[in-house]
Write a protein that binds this ligand. Structure first.
Ligand code: ADE
Ligand code: ZN
Length: 354
């Protein structure tokens, strides 16, 4: 348990998670277990000693040198997922942990192109994750949303093919998928590589988000907005452009910030460099999220606690963060009202005691 006096308050605070890669929940234990069960060969420890054992792999996760260094392990880790039930079990294990951490609503990412590249069918991936979401809704009372991500290290053609496949299944219209995002390598590929796909999706009213301003400078954020992104995933480098920051405040664009991820991927050198205080002071709306919890040493509550240890926020500030997380969620007004009511009830208990 963390050292903050607010631990119990933070645990019970009703949360929304908006930045969670389901494939980022592959723990070293699960990777080794599924590799064995599914007969998937992991890298030879002779050439990559990290794959010697669960312990060596876990230790290696503590020493990522950059986003791309992490991504090589992340893509390797997801290679052991073969069957629909593997995807379901992975998703449900995340939702169970999130529920324990006080998450009431979760919007989760997945990367179909990477699975398709190794021969897994779109239907297997989507049906598996959808079943995990349904189980979480029924058994845990969570509301869930699936957001499909394009990955920037693969050619645009493969994203276009995936997009067409999702449209052919009517998956955005029938509620199977709730939005589109982009992720993977930031600096390198063209900033606007999904211009066509985002223009098409915007015209169809599909909610859009984008990883930007994690390693890349603020022009990655402004390009994402130009292409129609309604939320920005990470966005920490926004602080380098005060004018863009004003626009984000004015347009009430939510940033989905991932503090422990930023430290592990060396986007900042310590947690107190994540611009939480600057965002609060400027009125930038943000939520706090875990990104790839199996790789970055913590789930959502660990991220909340790490922020509290670094910034000593007040009940009132936490209330604002929780409320902004609700208002930036892609759910009905009715569900938002319900979640806001739960936050109010929780915070009141503590304000009376304080
Ligand atoms: N995919 C999984 N985690 C990611 C991150 N932190 N940034 C970009 N792409 C990702
Ligand atoms: Zn991410």
């Amino acid at each position: 348990m963390c050292q903050t006096k607010l631990h119990e308050f933070l645990q019970g605070l009703p949360k929304c998670e908006h930045h969670l890669h389901l494939e980022g929940c592959m723990t070293p234990q699960l990777i080794f277990q599924l590799a064995e069960r599914n007969g998937v060969k992991l890298p030879d420890p002779e050439t990559n000693p990290a794959y010697e054992s669960i312990e060596t792999l876990t230790r290696r996760y503590g020493h990522f040198t950059s986003l791309d260094d992490f991504l090589s392990f992340y893509f390797q880790g997801m290679s052991v997922l073969l069957h629909e039930s593997d995807f379901t079990d992975l998703a449900f294990a995340y939702f169970k942990k999130a529920h324990e951490d006080g998450v009431h609503h979760a919007e989760v990412f997945f990367d179909p192109q990477v699975h398709q590249q190794r021969g897994i069918a779109y239907e297997t991936i989507v049906s598996g994750f959808v079943a995990g979401c349904k189980k979480a809704e029924q058994e845990l009372g969570l509301s869930t949303r699936l957001i499909m991500c394009f990955v920037r290290h693969l050619p645009v053609d493969s994203a276009q093919k995936l997009y067409e496949e999702a449209l052919a299944y009517n998956h955005f219209e029938n509620g199977t998928l709730h939005g589109l995002g982009w992720s993977s390598s930031e600096v390198g590929p063209p900033k606007d590589m999904y211009r066509e796909q985002y223009a098409s999706a915007s015209a169809k009213g599909i909610p859009l988000t984008a990883h930007a301003g994690e390693e890349g400078d603020p022009t990655y954020i402004s390009t994402a907005l130009e292409l129609g992104a309604q939320r920005i995933d990470h966005g920490i480098r926004l602080v380098e452009d005060p004018e863009l920051m004003e626009r984000i405040v004015h347009e009430e664009i939510l940033l989905t910030v991932c503090p422990l991820s930023n430290v592990r991927l060396r986007c900042v050198s310590a947690l107190d460099e994540v611009p939480i205080r600057k965002f609060l002071d400027a009125g930038v709306k943000f939520s706090i999220n875990s990104d790839d919890p199996a790789y970055f040493g913590g789930y959502i509550l660990d991220n909340y606690c790490a922020v509290q240890e670094a910034f000593q926020l007040s009940f009132r500030e936490w209330r604002a963060i929780a409320e902004n997380s609700v208002s930036g969620s892609w759910v009905s007004e009715e569900r938002k009202k319900e979640l806001l009511g739960r936050i109010d009830e929780h915070v009141r208990k503590y304000e009376v005691e304080a």
